[in-house]
Design a protein around this ligand. Structure first.
Ligand code: PEP
Ligand code: MN
Length: 333
C-alpha cells in the first residue's frame, strides 16, 4: 500500500503516518516527490486496510500497490533509477557498453581484449573468474587469481569491472574486487545469494533466469532491494523456447514492459541470448532500439581457443563495427 500525503502535509503529519505503520510491525518507506510525499508500506504479510490511514491528518489517499514487487515497481518509485559511476551512469541517456570475454583466462588475454573494447567505447569490462558451467568437467574459472587480473585491468585501462558471484560464500571475495557484482541466470532464484547481494555496497547486475517470467525476475530483484541495496541493474539474457536456430530466445518485449513496470535500469545480453556470433550484432542493435540502457557483450581475441563461450564471442573488430553501427543509429555511447 502507498499512503499519499497532501501537498501541504507537515513533517509531523508524515511522521505520525510512519509511526502508525511501524506500530503494526511493518516498514515505512517515505518516497519524497516533487509534488508531494508518499509513504510505502513494506513487510506486511496480509493486505492493509486503507481505513487505518484515511482518517489521519495530512493523508490524501491510500492506494493498494497492485504488484507483488514493491521497491522495484514504478508505483513506489516513479523516477528512473540512475546508477552512477565516475564519468557516466547506467540508466541515463547513454547506452553503456560492458564487454569482454566470458572468462578471464590469463593476464595477456584479459589485457589484449580490454585494450580493444576500451578503444571501441566500452566503459565496463566483463569477465568471469568463477564460472557456473553445465558440466563439472568444463573450465570453472581462475577463481581469485582471475579477480586479481581483473583488478589489474581496472588499474591499467581505467575500465570498471563486472564479474559473477556464483554463490553466497564467494560473494565477499567478488565484492572486494569488482565494481558490479553479476548474478547469473542459474542463480536468479538463489534467495540466499540474492539477500547477500542485497547487503553488498556495490551495484548488482541480475540476469533473468532462462526459465523465469518477468514477474519472477522482478521479484528476484525485490529480494536484493529488500535488503537495502537499491543499485540493481536488470539484464535480459534470453529465455528457453522451442527454437533450435539459437541457444535461447532474446525476449525483446521484456524491455518496454520492464521499463513501464520498474524504475530499474535494464540491459541486454545478446551473446548468451543467441549463442552464435552471427546473431550478436543484429540482436545488440535490436536491444538498443527497444530501449535498453546498456549491452553486455562477449568479446574474445582468439574465440577458437576460448575456454568458454567462444562461438558466441565477437572478435574485437566486430565489436568495433557494432559500436560504429550503433553510433550511426544515433545512440550516444
Ligand atoms: C556469463 O555472463 O558469462 C554467464 C554465465 O551468463 P548467464 O548467467 O546469462 O548464462
Ligand atoms: Mn559466457
Amino acid at each position: 500500500m502507498l499512503i499519499v500525503m497532501r501537498k501541504d502535509a507537515s513533517n509531523e503529519e508524515i511522521d505520525a503516518v510512519i509511526k502508525k505503520i511501524e506500530s503494526f510491525g511493518w516498514q515505512a518507506k517515505p518516497i519524497p516527490g516533487g509534488e508531494r510525499t508518499a509513504i510505502g508500506i513494506l513487510r506486511n504479510t496480509q493486505p492493509v486496510d486503507p481505513a487505518i490511514f484515511l482518517g489521519m491528518p495530512g493523508v490524501r489517499d491510500a492506494i493498494s500497490v497492485s504488484k507483488p514487487y514493491k521497491l522495484v515497481s514504478r508505483e513506489m518509485h516513479p523516477e528512473d533509477t540512475h546508477i552512477p559511476f565516475e564519468g557516466f551512469e547506467i540508466g541515463g541517456e547513454k547506452l553503456i557498453l560492458m564487454a569482454g570475454p566470458c572468462a578471464v583466462e590469463s593476464e595477456s588475454q584479459a589485457f589484449s581484449i580490454a585494450e580493444s573494447v576500451k578503444e571501441a567505447g566500452a566503459k565496463i569490462f566483463r569477465a568471469g573468474a568463477f564460472k557456473p558451467r553445465t558440466s563439472p568437467y568444463s573450465f570453472q574459472g581462475l577463481g581469485e587469481k582471475g579477480l586479481e587480473i581483473l583488478a589489474k585491468v581496472r588499474e591499467k585501462f581505467g575500465l570498471f569491472i563486472i564479474s559473477e558471484a556464483t554463490d553466497h560464500d564467494i560473494c565477499d571475495l567478488v565484492e572486494q574486487y569488482v565494481d558490479i557484482i553479476q548474478i547469473g541466470t542459474r542463480n536468479m532464484q538463489n534467495y540466499r545469494l540474492l539477500r547477500r547481494a542485497g547487503q553488498a555496497k556495490k551495484p548488482v547486475l541480475l540476469k533473468r533466469g532462462m526459465w523465469a517470467t518477468v514477474d519472477e525476475f522482478l521479484m528476484a530483484a525485490e529480494y536484493i532491494m529488500s535488503e537495502g541495496n537499491s543499485q540493481v541493474i536488470l539484464c535480459e539474457r534470453g529465455i528457453r523456447t522451442f527454437t533450435t536456430h539459437s541457444r535461447n530466445t532474446l525476449d525483446l518485449n521484456a524491455v518496454p514492459y520492464i521499463k513501464q513496470e520498474s524504475h530499474l535500469p535494464i540491459v541486454i545480453d545478446p551473446s548468451h541470448a543467441s549463442g552464435r556470433r552471427d546473431q550478436v550484432i543484429p540482436l545488440a542493435k535490436a536491444g538498443a532500439a527497444v530501449g535498453a540502457h546498456g549491452l553486455l557483450i562477449e568479446v574474445h581475441n582468439q574465440p577458437e581457443k576460448a575456454m568458454s563461450d567462444g562461438p558466441q564471442s565477437l572478435l574485437p573488430e566486430q565489436f568495433k563495427e557494432l559500436v560504429k553501427q550503433l553510433k550511426e543509429m544515433g545512440f550516444k555511447i
